[in-house]
Design a protein around this ligand. Structure first.
Ligand SMILES: NC(=O)c1ccc[n+]([C@@H]2O[C@H](COP(=O)([O-])OP(=O)(O)OC[C@H]3O[C@@H](n4cnc5c(N)ncnc54)[C@H](O)[C@@H]3O)[C@@H](O)[C@H]2O)c1
Length: 437
């Protein structure tokens, strides 16, 4: 059992903190956000993530998991310090490392005995070296080892991903650090989780290369879907058959309105800039970004076509605001790109999402929100599905038709049956399949 401090209690920090305490470690999670810590100390979970509440509650009650704003004390009392703060995109596209460096400075000021400093945040190659320099500017090198331990959890299934990861990546410069880190994840040995023991720089690159590859797969299938629409093929059958080839795998071959979320958009841009900076432009990654940017524009064109180029003064219902199901995260969600374009064209938006509306309201306070899909679609001229929530997969199309002003629908996630839409007389469009217009 190790004493662990996690700096940054967001999606990654909170899940990691709860998971590591479940593994038997004593974990103190620290955040600058006072409200967040207050909520957590009152059994309130600031994010929506299935399974997280009970995991946090159990370990909090067992006094294995603590929440505090006192970063100095949390660092001083711990042996292993995880940096899990955000690395959002700067205006120039690079990763904003100011939160990471602020955390590193706090660690440098509180290195009272030997510690492992471990970065979980996604950071460009070379950041670990910079963090080490910050710590070394105030401390002796014998007082710490640096480790890169990137996180691969997916929002919506984060608890499970943390508990049963495909692999653990531990990038370090010493066997001592590697062995200490292995010990932190000891329970995973039972599942024989593969451990990648690499250099710090390699670990940093593994994370970006993985995310960019997944983004690339999405952009690829979106381009194929767009071509399917023109040549009369069905992208679902294409993707399924492609995925049956073991070399390709069926995952991340789902067409849609483009990738979003807190990782792929910023990580692809940061990786492509790292390539440019090193005079090695990453053409495939650049193409994935460009295709993705165009995909949301294409969705707006589809809505425009469905409404005969008369979006102005139309009521459009948007079902699904989160960037994917089972999360309340709206960072870089398709909804954030498509809704402003529709508003610009003069549409009135009626929105519904099972869990993400509060987060969305922060960015779009002036659109109309409804507590259920039925109220959201009532008397609207077109309906657009942007997130494949299970609730929306099972939507009653008869009821939908009876509530809307006109039965017009864009299913950007291809979750509705085309033949049912046809039977009911909907005017419909989707991504890469048969359309009615
Ligand atoms: N969200 C994901 O699905 C995911 C998955 C894998 C990796 N990552 C990476 O993990 C990192 C964190 O992502 P997230 O989504 O959890 O971020 P987040 O924005 O949800 O949370 C970050 C937290 O860090 C806190 N913070 C910032 N600076 C601080 C400081 N100096 N001291 C204490 N707290 C501080 C913020 O208040 C916030 O609560 C990012 O680099 C991200 O790219 C995210």
């Amino acid at each position: 059992m190790e004493k662990i401090c996690i700096i940054g209690v967001g999606y990654v920090g909170l899940v990691s903190g709860a998971g590591l305490s479940e593994f038997g470690n004593e974990v103190t999670c620290v955040d600058l956000d006072q409200e967040k810590i207050k909520q957590l100390n009152n059994y309130e979970i600031p994010i929506y993530e299935p399974g997280l509440k009970s995991l946090v509650k159990t370990n909090f009650n067992n006094k294995k998991l603590h929440f505090t704003n006192d970063i100095n004390k949390a660092i001083r009392n711990s042996k292993i310090i995880f940096i899990a703060v955000g690395t959002p995109q700067k205006k120039n596209g690079e990763a904003d490392l100011s939160y990471v460096y602020a955390a590193a400075n706090s660690i440098a000021d509180n290195l009272n005995n030997y510690k492992i400093i471990c970065t979980k945040s996604t950071v460009p190659v070379g950041t670990g070296y910079e963090i080490e320099k910050i710590i070394l500017s105030k401390n002796d090198n014998k007082l710490f080892d640096y480790v890169s331990n990137p996180e691969f959890l997916r929002e919506g299934s984060a608890v499970n991903d943390f508990m049963i990861p495909d692999r653990l990546v531990i990038g370090s410069r010493s066997n001592k650090a590697f062995n200490l880190m292995k010990n932190v994840y000891r329970p995973l040995f039972i599942n024989e989780t593969p451990i990648v023991n690499s250099s710090v720089e390699t670990a940093e690159m593994i994370k970006y290369a993985s995310n960019a590859f997944l983004a690339l797969k999405i952009s690829y299938i979106n381009e194929i879907a767009n071509l399917c629409e023109i040549v009369g093929a069905d992208v679902h059958q294409v993707a399924k058959a492609m995925g049956q080839d073991g070399r390709i795998s069926p995952k991340f071959l789902h067409p849609g309105p483009g990738f979003g979320g807190s990782c792929f958009p910023k990580d692809t841009v940061a990786l492509s800039l790292l390539g440019t900076k090193n005079k090695l432009p990453l053409k495939t990654v650049e193409a994935a970004i460009e295709v993705n940017n165009n995909q949301s524009i294409r969705m707006v064109e589809k809505i425009n076509n469905l409404l005969d180029n008369k979006v102005s003064n139309k009521k459009i219902s948007i079902l699904g605001l989160a960037f994917k199901p089972k999360t309340d995260d709206v960072r870089e969600a398709a909804s954030r790109k498509i809704i402003p374009q529709l508003i610009k064209l003069g549409a009135t938006i009626h929105a519904y999402d099972p869990v993400a509306m509060n987060n969305f309201k922060y960015h779009f306070p002036d659109i109309n929100y409804f507590d259920n899909w039925e109220d959201a679609v009532t008397e609207t001229d077109a309906c657009v599905i942007l997130t494949e929530w299970n609730e929306l997969r099972g939507i009653d199309l008869r009821k939908l038709k009876s509530l809307m002003s006109k039965p017009v629908i864009l299913d950007t996630k291809n979750i509705l049956s085309v033949s049912n839409l046809e039977k009911l007389g909907f005017k419909y469009d989707n991504v890469g399949r048969k359309v009615s217009i």
